[in-house]
Design a protein around this ligand. Structure first.
Ligand code: CTP
Length: 405
């Protein structure tokens, strides 16, 4: 069982969503977790300690000054003897208390006394959620390292109002818990995956170069997402201004030729994902000295030659990885061009994105892509580059599952 041996301290706040905490306890226990519960006074107005205790198969802790509770366990032990503290539902009041360091009941005292990661699943009326005070508290808590799941948009239980404020579903909270405890399944364990990212710089002289617009955000996010699924990721990155992703082996290169050599040396691999915006051309010669402006001579005539196509080279390589994924940055005829690249470059998938908006995808945080393969075109909605990366990593894991090496 995935949560075997894990101890979750669940704090139930007072709100209608408290009933979902009952299901959460059940879901956690069926995955093997031990669940210990603290309930606020308000929570007990919504669900009883009896039903919570029955589901948790444990005593429910409610009172800071209950001599029995304090004698048996005590709020410090309660807050330390857990692998993760989960607050569900996290009310506006509980958020405000922790953001400001209050400790006037058992729940708030445990929260401030813990040295463990805290996950909050907020649930409240949309107006309360969007109130500047709650937003401020949330920002403070996030800065303090508190993780959040939800709230989602939807109908409110207590009124006909709709908006952001509904607590995340129990299974979403379980997934967030698994992610925080880093015990998610690792479907890519034992798989070596090469990722290229960022632009390449092709020197003209010692100070000038030709480059593409690329921040490396999407490629780096994909490398990180693959590593989270357990892959042994080798990231070949052109010059970027962002940090090397955690859990990934990163090789830094400048030019297309260097990128190609690095990638080829990393073969064999199970999969390769080509996200880099490689410069298609380079200056045939790179001057040893800086070009000077000479009156009357005009600009230097650059003789351009084509760079090697790294993706196409690997797509048709004798040691071709089982799965080859390319990207297509297009400004027109997105799908048609992506389909042509699929064939020409020997890729299994082309992730096509429309880069016609300057200041849009390139350098931005969001992306809208289509996955073009022989099977057809799958259109994904606009999402963050991190979400694109997570979904693509899952797709790669799915595809590699059917391929044994
Ligand atoms: N690519 C590569 N090496 C190159 C050029 C591109 O590996 N020298 C890879 C990119 O990483 C991307 C895919 O090929 O995965 C598509 O790149 P793109 O620039 O969109 O296509 P091009 O082949 O350059 O075609 P065009 O510029 O005509 O659109």
């Amino acid at each position: 069982m995935i949560l075997s041996g894990k101890r979750i301290l669940l704090i139930i706040g007072g709100g209608i969503a408290a009933y979902k905490a009952l299901d959460l306890i059940r879901r956690l226990r069926e995955r093997g977790a031990a669940v210990r519960v603290v309930m606020t006074a308000a929570a007990q107005e919504f669900v009883t300690t009896l039903s919570v205790g029955a589901l948790a198969a444990d005593h429910v802790f409610t009172d800071l000054f209950d001599r029995n509770d304090e004698h048996d366990v005590g709020h410090i032990r309660l807050s330390r003897e857990a692998d993760l503290v989960v607050v569900a539902p996290a009310t506006a009041d509980l958020m405000a208390k922790l953001a400001n360091g209050h400790a006037n009941d058992l729940a708030s005292t445990v929260l401030i006394a813990t040295d463990k990661q805290v996950l909050m699943a907020p649930a409240m009326n949309p107006k309360m959620w969007s109130h500047p005070a709650t937003r401020r508290n949330r920002a403070t808590l996030q800065k303090d390292g508190i993780a959040f799941i939800g709230p989602a948009k939807g109908e409110m239980a207590e009124s006909n109002e709709a908006g952001e404020g509904r607590m995340a579903e129990p299974l979403e909270i379980v997934a967030a818990i698994e992610a925080l405890l880093d015990i998610r399944p690792k479907p890519l364990a034992g798989r070596k995956i090469i990722v290229t990212s960022g632009p390449t710089h092709e020197p003209i002289d010692p100070v000038r170069y030709i480059a593409n617009r690329s921040s490396g955000k999407q490629g780096h996010a994909i490398a990180a997402a693959l590593a989270r699924l357990g892959a042994d990721v080798r990231l070949v990155s052109g010059p970027v201004g962002i940090a090397d992703p955690a859990g990934v082996t990163t090789l830094h290169v400048e030019t297309a030729n260097e990128m190609k050599d690095a990638v080829e040396q990393l073969l064999p691999a199970d999969a390769a994902v080509f996200v880099a915006a490689v410069a298609d051309w380079r200056s045939e010669t790179s001057a040893g000295e800086k070009f000077k402006k000479v009156a009357g001579e005009g600009p230097p005539a650059l003789q351009m030659i084509e760079n090697p196509d790294i993706l196409a080279g690997v797509g048709h390589h004798k040691r071709r990885p089982s799965l080859v994924v390319g990207f297509a940055a297009e400004t027109q005829d997105l799908v048609k061009n992506a389909e042509a690249k699929l064939r020409k470059k020997g890729a299994d998938f082309i992730v096509a994105n429309d880069v016609s908006r300057v200041g849009g995808v390139m350098g931005g945080d969001r992306n809208r892509v289509r996955i073009v393969s022989k099977a057809g075109v799958d259109e994904w909605p606009e999402m963050s580059k991190d979400e694109v990366a997570t979904r693509l990593a899952a797709l790669i894991a799915e595809r590699l599952k059917t391929i044994t090496v």
